[in-house]
Design a protein around this ligand. Structure first.
Ligand code: ADP
Ligand code: ADP
Length: 239
C-alpha cells in the first residue's frame, strides 16, 4: 500500500510561474526517495506540497489514504505531525540550547506557556535525549545551537524532527550547505531513521553521488515535470 499518493498535481505560483506540472507519484512505506533535478526544476515545490506548506493549484495528495490537501483544522494538524521536514539552513533557534531546540519539535510546545518557562514533561525530555542519541549528539544537550558546526546543527534538526514521531521525513537539500564528509554523516543519520525506525524519507539532493549511494529510488524533475523514476539498482551509466 502507498504511504504517499500524489495525483495529477499542478502548482502554479501567484506570479504565473509553473512549479509542478501534472505530477503523479506513489511512495510506499519504507522507501528512501531521492529527488534530483536542476535548480528551479520544482523539487522544493514538490516537498512543500507533501506536508502542505503551501496549497497545490489542482490535484490531490494523500498521506496514508487521506487527503492532506483537503484536510482542515485538527485533522490537518494531526496529518502534518506525521510528516516532518528538515531544510538546507537547519532553521534552528540559534541562541537557544540544543535541548530547547529539540523539545520544540514536540507538537504543542512551540510558544506554549510551559515551554517559555523551560518546563517540559519528563517523558518528552527522555524522548529528546533518545532523539539526540540517534544522531550521536547526546553530549551536546546543553550547548547553544550556534556553538555547533553546520553538520551538527543539521543533525539537531533531525533530532527535533524525530520529536514528532513522524512516518515521513522530508529533507530539502539537507547537505547543500555542508562539506562532503559532513554530508555523509547527515545522510547516514537519515538512512538509519529509514532502516531502523521505518521512516519513509523523501530527500531533494543535487549531488549525484549521494543520490545513488543513499536512495532506494530516484525521481527526476525537469521544469516541473516528472521525467525520471527508477529503483536505484536500475539506474545505468547512460541514465
Ligand atoms: P528546485 O527546488 O528544484 O530548485 P523550486 O521548487 O524551488 O525548484 O522552484 C520551481 C520553480 O518555481 C522555479 O521556477 C522557481 O523560481 C519557482 N518558485 C519557487 N518558489 C516560488 C514562489 N514562492 N513564488 C514564485 N515562484 C516560485
Ligand atoms: P563539521 O565537519 O565539524 O560538522 P562543518 O564542515 O559543517 O563542520 O563546518 C566546519 C566549521 O565551520 C565548523 O567547525 C563551524 O565552526 C563552522 N560552521 C559551519 N557551518 C556553520 C553554521 N551554520 N553555523 C556556525 N558555524 C558553522
Amino acid at each position: 500500500t502507498n504511504l504517499i499518493e500524489i495525483k495529477n498535481v499542478n502548482k502554479i505560483y501567484d506570479n504565473g510561474v509553473v512549479g509542478l506540472k501534472d505530477i503523479n507519484l506513489n511512495v510506499k512505506k519504507g522507501e528512501f526517495i531521492v529527488i534530483v533535478g536542476l535548480s528551479g526544476a520544482g523539487k522544493s515545490t514538490l516537498l512543500r506540497s507533501i506536508n502542505r506548506l503551501h496549497d497545490v493549484s489542482s490535484g490531490d495528495i494523500l498521506i496514508d489514504g487521506q487527503s492532506i490537501q483537503k484536510a482542515t483544522g485538527k485533522k490537518l494538524r494531526r496529518m502534518r505531525r506525521d510528516v516532518a521536514m528538515i531544510f538546507q539552513n537547519f532553521n534552528l533557534v540559534k541562541r537557544a540550547s540544543v535541548r530547547r531546540n529539540v523539545l520544540s519539535g514536540r507538537v504543542g510546545y512551540y510558544g506554549s506557556f510551559k515551554s517559555t518557562l523551560g518546563l517540559f514533561k519528563k517523558s518528552d525530555v527522555d524522548l529528546a535525549v533518545k532523539s539526540l542519541q540517534r544522531v550521536n549528539l547526546a553530549e551536546k544537550f546543553y550547548d547553544r545551537a550556534d556553538a555547533l558546526s553546520g553538520g551538527q546543527q543539521q543533525r539537531v534538526a533531525i533530532a527535533r524532527a524525530l520529536m514528532q514521531e513522524p512516518k515521513i521525513m522530508l529533507a530539502d537539500e539537507p547537505t547543500a550547505s555542508l562539506d562532503p564528509a559532513t554530508s555523509t554523516l547527515v545522510m547516514d543519520d537519515l538512512k538509519s531513521l529509514n532502516k531502523d525506525l521505518g521512516i519513509t524519507v523523501v530527500a531533494n539532493l543535487h549531488n549525484e553521488g549521494l543520490a545513488l549511494k543513499y536512495g532506494s529510488r530516484i525521481i527526476g524533475l525537469r521544469a516541473g515535470e516528472l521525467v525520471f523514476d527508477k529503483a536505484v539498482e536500475q539506474v545505468s551509466e547512460t541514465d
